[in-house]
Design a protein around this ligand. Structure first.
Ligand code: HEM
Length: 508
């Protein structure tokens, strides 16, 4: 936590006016509460006080103790919807299975996921609204990329091998490494093998830039969420490093895009060479009009990077921490990995055979989804849910992801980490339960029409990384047997920022 705050402070110091922005948050948030929409949602229960000043203090408590507050509310109202105050507005939380199903099935014209994402990431001020207004990259992620994984997995494995060798030396003795400072870079490098191709994906400056960009977008979006809408453009202009970084990204990607355009023209001619099979090529093939400029393509690639890096890094680190806390699981995984790699090599076919690795990652994600409350939707019209709860137009509704994930009727001993849980569950059902499958009972990648389209890539990367690590390294915490405490910021769950894992070359 301390180091995270230092990092945030460092961003502030790079631009001191950021501090001014943060200072105004307090004042404006109180103001907003007093004039806010709380009255319209009074009929929905809440653990917050109805006295504005107290409720506001609770919001700040919620900043660090969000999990406890949601857990307490869920315990008190396990079936009914309840409300929590986040930043400037109220969020209504759905925990009941039937209501969750209803939320996920509602049409975009009545409940908008885009509007919730716009607010969450402050897209207008960070990555640009074109990402939502013209999301032409989504089918590329869920179809083209998914299909191409069959032949791209060996490339990603090549990149993962390089990343591991760069960031985790194969030493005979135990070497402590702070994972929060290397995992995002490794994920960035591996993902960009598919997004921008080799050699840019391996350029350390590009990796540093891209991971920093992701962090900055989060920071700026987080601050802006506390600022009333009409002031956001002004505050954004004062505090944000993102527009500068978007321009800087052009230095990396501009020349590459120009070269690709030339290459595409040549390959369209008779006997032309094959185009590289990566996201740049796919985007260029279907982008139209103003989306074809270097600026627009760069923004699109930045947005895809933003969607990929933090999510995959956090998910991988959670799993790595389980492995380091309970090193005996490495043996269970190795029994499978060694056999599969011998037979199939590091291929997509091989990954599909790694059922234990799949189950390990899925179980880790069940216990540690990115958020305990997520999958937001904004009501575009008044609505009454199947449990009778009325929400007026403009209300943000989010789902209590922990509710199904820790439900004892769905998962036996739900609080326990059981790495082979999903293999055992799979034996009893014909439903596909692998890491990329989604359902109302498993929401790590969402479910329904907005389920994560990048999950096929994420799953391949996660499996490659965990399998590569287990096949080549021993890993443990100095203090074996327990994981370091997670870091909760509002509803987001992150693995410890400071924890060090001890690595050495695999001994047996
Ligand atoms: C372990 C890694 C990942 C996790 C846990 C994750 C999780 C999620 C979740 C929970 C959602 C929201 C679904 C909803 O609102 O209903 C989502 C949406 C999305 N994710 Fe991922 N994601 C991951 C990796 C990726 C990657 C690698 C990419 C891109 C290459 C990506 C791109 C997206 C996009 C574009 C959306 C928006 C989809 C839409 O609105 O229709 N994600 N992801």
């Amino acid at each position: 936590m301390f180091e995270f705050c230092i990092e945030l402070l460092r961003s502030c110091l790079e631009n001191p006016l950021l501090l001014l922005g943060i200072g105004t948050i307090l004042y404006l948030a109180v103001l907003s509460y007093l004039t806010g929409e709380a009255r319209k949602l009074k009929h929905i229960p809440s653990a917050y006080s109805n006295i504005a000043a107290i409720s506001f203090i609770q919001t700040w408590w919620y900043f660090f103790q969000g999990k406890k507050l949601v857990d307490a509310s869920f315990k008190k109202w396990p079936r009914s919807m309840f409300r929590i105050q986040e930043a400037l507005g109220w969020t209504v939380v759905a925990s009941d299975r039937k209501v969750i199903t209803e939320v996920l099935r509602l049409q975009d014209i009545s409940f908008s996921a885009n509007q919730a994402n716009e607010e969450l990431v402050q897209l207008k001020h960070t990555l640009g609204s074109a990402i939502l207004n013209n999301p032409y990259h989504l089918p590329l992620l869920s179809n083209r990329l998914r299909r191409s994984l069959a032949h791209l997995v060996p490339d990603v494995h090549d990149e993962i091998t390089n990343a591991f060798q760069t960031y985790i030396p194969l030493t005979e003795d135990w070497t402590p490494i702070k994972c929060s400072s290397i995992v995002p870079k490794m994920v960035c490098q591996a993902s960009n093998r598919i997004f921008v191709g080799y050699p840019l994906c391996r350029n350390p400056e590009f990796t540093e830039f891209s991971t920093r960009f992701t962090f900055d977008v989060f920071t700026v979006a987080f601050i802006l969420r506390f600022i009333p809408d009409f002031l956001r453009p002004l505050v954004n202009q004062i505090i944000s490093t993102v527009p500068n970084r978007r321009r800087k990204a052009l230095k990396f990607l501009g020349p590459l895009l120009d070269a690709r355009r030339k290459q595409n023209e040549e390959s369209n001619g008779p006997g032309g060479a094959e185009k590289p099979d990566d996201m740049i090529t796919w985007l260029m093939e279907i982008a139209k009009g103003e989306e074809t400029t270097n600026e627009a393509l760069t923004d699109r690639l930045l947005a895809i990077n933003f969607g990929a890096i933090h999510t995959t890094s956090v998910t991988f680190t959670h799993a790595l921490y389980y492995l380091a806390a309970f090193p005996m699981y490495a043996e269970i995984l190795r029994e499978e990995i060694d056999v599969v790699v011998k037979e199939h090599g590091w291929t997509k076919g091989g990954l599909d055979q790694m059922k234990r690795v799949d189950s390990f990652l899925k179980e880790s994600q069940r216990l540690n989804p990115l958020q305990n409350v997520g999958l937001g939707r904004v009501a575009l019209q008044d609505h009454t849910f199947c449990d009778g709860t009325f929400v007026p137009r403009g209300t943000t509704v989010r789902i209590n992801i922990h509710s199904p994930h820790f439900d004892g009727s769905l998962y036996e001993r739900p609080d326990e980490f059981d790495p082979l849980r999903f293999i055992k569950m799979q034996e009893k059902t014909t439903r596909n339960l692998d890491l990329t499958s989604t359902s109302e009972e498993y929401l790590g990648f969402g479910h329904g029409r907005h389920a994560c389209p990048g999950r096929y890539l994420a799953a391949s990367e996660l499996k490659l990384m965990l399998a590569y690590l287990t096949a080549h390294y021993d890993a443990k915490f100095a203090n074996e047997g327990s994981r370091p405490a997670d870091l909760w910021i509002m509803t987001s769950c992150m693995p410890s920022y400071t924890a060090e894992v001890l690595f050495r070359k695999r001994k047996n």
